[in-house]
Design a protein around this ligand. Structure first.
Ligand code: UD1
Length: 442
């Protein structure tokens, strides 16, 4: 049985979320498959003419959007229907088949909606020896250049031109394995060069590779497709190119950012929640930080249990870093938590410039935060008060929901469009645990 790829809820751009603060969270939250793994895994389907089946795929706007982009290149897709008795939050099974690539151009109208879609450039040039991909858009969190991608593909022997906002890559004789050293850790560039290298001639060595669990998950899937890769999860990855890859079946790794986000929500409200299916080895640094803040965390076969009783929240300093450090994608949520800590904490963002857009909105709820360059100093306050706030990017939006869960009265988070890109049925998952939260469809 097949069904269209489902995006989240009603998902209108101007929807808002209303939160009435003060309720503890208690119960079970199922953790979805990782958005940031699903996107490159879907893109990997371009590397073979056989079917790639992905299970545990989250229902998210970005996933639905990427199916549009891939089908433009000629990828057929189908989604398995739900079995009787299956939880409505169970992941989807997505079948992707790129039997024939009909178009090697990824147009501006599609790529500008989601930065990660730029990554199709690697598989397209590897398989078709040419690609024309628009420069990307995505979350407004500072300038996010593509120089590492261009330099990496050039090292693999591609000719590259920038023409009218498009990156045009040609490798008439196919890509050739080479040493690619990134000046700075980049998740997207690591995904892209690793995928491209699977079909290059000879060996590619990626130096200063990203070690994120999503890179490991992609490597695992590529290996199931017949690729030869070693060193994933370390900073040097070696790939022996193959003439072709084949179909495979792969289960998407649990979402460590969703896990960390709900752990911070429970830390904020107090209570006791099982994050079902979550894996602590994917986010040790964030969990250690929460333990220092006074939260009890235990791993069991079922998932991660997060518990905070009546004790207050302790202030903790954090600096964002590439994996295994504290993730930038949890920085906004952690800042929301620190607004209620019993003292002062310093939060330093080293991955993206301009990733403090949530500060002004948290201030509207009564938070006390001073930003000096890359560091925000948060003075914990005893009370936050509900107010209308505006979501500005994916992780910032959810930080406002976390703050709203602990604020007195009603908080309306406007423009939740970004939330739907990355959090599957957030309001359902929180309501199941006792939160007073609802979506207002405008
Ligand atoms: C991915 C994640 C995003 C996360 C980020 C960092 C997905 C879909 N997105 O984004 O949620 O916040 O990793 O963990 O997985 N850079 C360059 N030149 C380049 C590429 C990157 O200078 O060519 C810089 C960026 O501006 C940034 C840093 O490298 O300062 C890291 O960015 P990168 O890891 O590439 O982020 P994304 O892969 O876009």
């Amino acid at each position: 049985m097949t069904a269209p790829v489902r995006g989240p809820g009603s998902g209108k751009i101007m929807d808002s979320i209303k939160v009435v603060g003060g309720a503890e969270l208690n119960g079970v939250i199922p953790i979805s498959g990782a958005k940031n793994a699903t996107l490159p895994l879907m893109i990997a389907s371009l590397l073979t003419d056989e079917t790639l089946t992905l299970t545990n795929v989250p229902r998210l706007r970005d996933v639905a959007q990427l199916t549009q982009i891939l089908s433009n290149h000629g990828v057929d897709y189908s989604v398995n229907g739900k079995r009787n008795g299956q939880d409505e939050l169970a992941g989807q099974t997505l079948n992707l088949t790129a039997r024939e690539i009909v178009d090697t151009t990824a147009p501006y109208e599609l790529v500008s909606k989601m930065r990660a879609s730029f990554w199709v450039i690697g598989p397209l040039v590897a398989r078709m020896h040419e690609a024309r991909v628009s420069l990307p858009g995505g979350c407004a969190i500072g300038t996010r250049p593509v120089d590492f991608f261009i330099d990496g593909l050039a090292a693999l022997g591609a000719d590259i031109d920038i023409e009218a906002g498009y990156v045009v890559v040609r490798a008439p004789g196919g890509l050739k394995g080479a040493r690619v050293e990134f000046p700075k850790v980049s998740v997207g560039a690591t995904h892209t060069i690793m995928m491209a290298a699977t079909l290059a001639e000879g060996e590619t060595e990626i130096v200063n590779a990203a070690r994120e669990p999503e890179v490991v998950d992609l490597a695992k899937c590529l290996k199931a497709m017949g690729a030869e890769i070693e060193g994933e999860g370390t900073s040097t990855i070696r790939i022996q190119g193959r003439q072709r890859l084949h179909g495979a079946r792969h289960a998407v790794v649990p979402d460590r950012i969703e896990t960390g986000t709900y752990a911070m929500a429970v830390a904020m409200t107090g209570g006791n929640v099982l994050l079902q299916g979550a894996q602590s080895d994917l986010l040790e640094s964030a969990l250690d930080t929460l333990r220092q803040a006074g939260v009890e965390i235990t791993q069991s076969a079922e998932g991660i249990r997060v518990y905070r009783n009546g004790n207050g929240i302790q202030p903790v300093d954090v600096t964002t870093e590439p994996f295994p450090g504290f993730p930038t994608d949890l920085q906004a949520q952690f800042m929301a938590l620190m607004t209620r800590a019993g003292g002062s904490s310093r939060i330093t963002e080293t991955i993206f410039e301009n990733r403090f857009m949530h500060v002004q909105e948290l201030a509207r709820l009564g938070a006390s935060i001073q930003v000096d360059g890359r560091t925000a100093t948060v003075e914990g306050v005893s009370t936050l008060r509900g107010a209308p706030v505006m979501a500005t990017d994916l992780r910032a939006s959810v930080s406002l929901v976390i703050a709203g869960l602990a604020a007195e009265g009603e908080t309306t988070v406007n423009r939740v469009y970004h939330l739907d890109r990355g959090f599957e049925r957030l309001e359902d998952k929180l309501t199941r645990c006792g939160a007073r939260i609802e979506r207002i469809t405008n």
